[in-house]
Ligand binder design. Structure first.
Ligand code: SDX
Length: 444
């Protein structure tokens, strides 16, 4: 029994406290510190959660040192090569690869929920035409919570959860494509039931009332693989956001809208858009060295976008797979000499041989090549993170569903190390000292 515990000794008082070590099926053990505060009167301090396991889960396993990513035990490389996105959605949600019949039924249910309530279309016109599509997505996904409200659905039941899961998976591509069409001032294109998930999305993005868009098979495959490779990734920032929102029992559509907001940041899902902007800023191979020095300079906020990862201290396996699909797509679309792709390859080669990047274990992550594939698919940079949100919806809602099905459901409520003022008496305004302006300059 002794070896299943860890002893915490407070050297100030000599007090000892034992905590249980829990083992998973793979990966690091955890120390169960749920009673740490009640036993020691102290909090555990871990800003950014670099050493914190927020939950237990059966969905995705990552080994950052080995560059391993498993979904329900299946390697991401195998799923990318042999599966398709709807099947990976089923696997993430249900824990098993579907039988042929179950897969067909699942796809049919999603297909028949791809349309939006006509009133939702009116929400788009409230946005500025030049809004970032992620701003639109935060609003529209959140608005779904008014169409799928607790008045009609009980999201604590199996049926209610299924409604949330199926409607979100089915409608995110439609909403995303409409955000793009709105930004162009083009009419919305409705989904077609005879198209696959990826093909339907490309159809809604690029068809117009004047002409049907027929994507190449390479484009459909590349998008399908992109969706698979972005589907889920353990307890990342946006998934944790969805789950913290969900821990209060909030409407799942509103929780996913919170996930969209978190994913938007350049340190997270917004990186794919930033990678292209960075490559355009670097311009050509002669400038690479200068930018790598900028990335190493602590006084320079510049970072090499698409590099580094909280968990992967080796190659992000998704980046490996994406590079291969990137090659195939560019070869097929005669873009193989796409300067951006050649520049990305050269940047990767130089960065991976630079001692700073080697020491910090900074490798290309999923965002490094996804931007180039999306560009080769003809998607505008502003839509890159939207595609990531479409893909990650299944991860968000699978992790939300798993959390709601767990026995120990507690609201997520972290504490803090307080470093502010201790108690002080109120001072009458006439007796207060002169202070510097809170907002220097004129108040606009
Ligand atoms: C995603 O969590 C997930 O799973 C996310 C994701 C998913 O699928 O959900 O994988 C998707 O978000 C991928 C990451 C996309 N973001 C980027 O490409 C932005 C650039 N990368 C960095 O901002 C950074 O690497 C993070 C945010 C990804 C990770 O940050 P960490 O784990 O908090 O690490 P850190 O910022 O503390 O960096 C450690 C050191 C620092 O130097 P020191 O302070 O130790 O001296 O490495 C340096 C950093 O300055 N560093 C970089 C760098 N990334 C980290 N230096 C230059 N360029 C970089 N890209």
């Amino acid at each position: 029994m002794k070896n299943d515990t860890i002893t915490f000794i407070d050297n100030r008082s000599g007090k000892k406290h034992n905590f249980t070590i829990k083992k998973g099926s793979s990966g690091p053990d955890v120390v169960d510190l749920t009673s740490f505060f009640s036993k020691t009167g102290m909090f555990i301090y871990d800003p950014g959660f670099t050493s914190t396991a927020s939950c237990s889960s059966q969905i995705t396993y990552i080994d950052g040192e080995k560059g391993t990513l498993l979904h329900r035990g299946y390697k991401i490389e195998d799923l990318a090569e042999k599966s398709d996105y709807p099947e990976v959605c089923y696997l993430l949600l249900n824990g098993e690869l579907p039988s042929k019949e179950n897969k067909e039924r699942f796809i049919s249910i999603l297909t028949h929920h791809t349309m939006l309530h006509e009133q939702i279309l009116r929400f788009y016109s409230g946005f500025r035409r030049d809004s970032h599509p992620m701003a639109v997505m935060v609003g529209i996904v959140g608005a779904l919570s008014s169409f799928y409200s607790e008045k009609i659905y009980d999201f604590s039941t199996t049926e209610g959860k299924w409604v949330a899961v199926s409607r979100l998976l089915a409608k995110l591509p439609t909403m995303a494509a409409m955000a793009y069409k709105y930004s162009l001032g083009q009419p919305f294109i409705y989904p077609k039931n005879n198209l696959s998930y990826a093909e339907n999305f490309l159809h809604m993005m690029f068809s117009t009332p004047c002409g049907e868009y027929k994507p190449s098979q390479a484009s459909i495959d590349a998008l399908d693989k992109l969706l698979i490779l972005h589907a889920d990734h353990e307890q990342n920032a946006s998934t944790s956001t969805v789950k913290i929102a969900g821990s209060s029992g909030a409407n799942p559509f509103a929780c996913v809208a919170a996930g969209v907001a978190s994913l938007w940041g350049p340190a997270h899902g917004g990186a794919n858009e930033s990678v292209i902007r960075m490559l355009n800023e670097i311009g050509n191979e002669k400038n690479i060295k200068k930018y790598i020095e900028k990335a190493k300079n602590k006084d320079d906020p510049f970072r090499l976008m698409g590099f580094g990862h909280r968990v992967y201290k080796n190659y992000d396996p998704r980046a490996n797979v994406l590079r291969k699909y990137c090659h195939n797509l560019l070869k097929e679309s005669d873009n193989f000499n796409l300067p951006l792709f050649k520049l990305a390859n050269k940047l990767e080669e130089i960065a991976l041989n630079d001692s700073y990047f080697i020491k910090k274990k900074l490798y290309p992550n999923v965002d490094f090549y996804s931007g180039i594939i999306l560009k080769a698919l003809g998607l505008p940079e502003s839509m890159f993170t939207v595609i990531f949100a479409v893909a990650r919806t299944v991860g968000w809602i699978s992790q939300w569903k798993e959390m709601t099905e767990m026995s120990q459901k507690k609201i997520s409520r972290p504490r803090q190390l307080y470093i502010g003022n201790n108690h002080r008496e109120y001072i009458d305004i006439l007796k207060r000292k002169k202070q510097k302006q809170m907002f220097p300059g004129e108040i606009k």
